[in-house]
Design a protein. Structure first.
Length: 113
């Protein structure tokens, strides 16, 4: 299997996890990487989120933030405030690119029974 195929497969797994994040919740790049059994792949999750904007289906990439709840991926949206605006429309409070009450809106990826 080629490296490109491996990357595409990983991105598809990331997209499937991100699609499960409930509205009004967020998760982190690292939490997704841990769920996918590759704790060192948080950066690749970020690359997948950047690539998600080119997908034909909607991927709620705005719900993925860094481990401190910072909107580190905001520069990959159509405007610098789009990520924050989408989160706020879902009831997530963001001040100075920082999610407030992060522990209360954090969603841990898990296998649904």
């Amino acid at each position: 299997m080629s490296e490109k195929a491996d990357k595409n497969d990983f991105f598809e797994l990331v997209f499937a996890v991100v699609a499960q994040i409930p509205e009004g919740k967020v998760t982190s790049y690292g939490a997704i990487a841990n769920f996918l059994k590759d704790k060192r792949a948080a950066r690749m999750v970020g690359w997948a989120m950047n690539a998600s904007h080119k997908q034909k289906r909607a991927i709620p990439a705005h719900r993925v933030v860094n481990q401190q709840g910072l909107l580190t991926g905001k520069m990959h949206f159509e405007t610098p405030t789009a990520m924050q605006e989408r989160l706020q429309a879902e009831g997530v409070v963001v001040i100075n690119d920082q999610i407030q009450n992060f522990e209360n809106v954090f969603w841990q990826p898990k296998i649904e029974a």
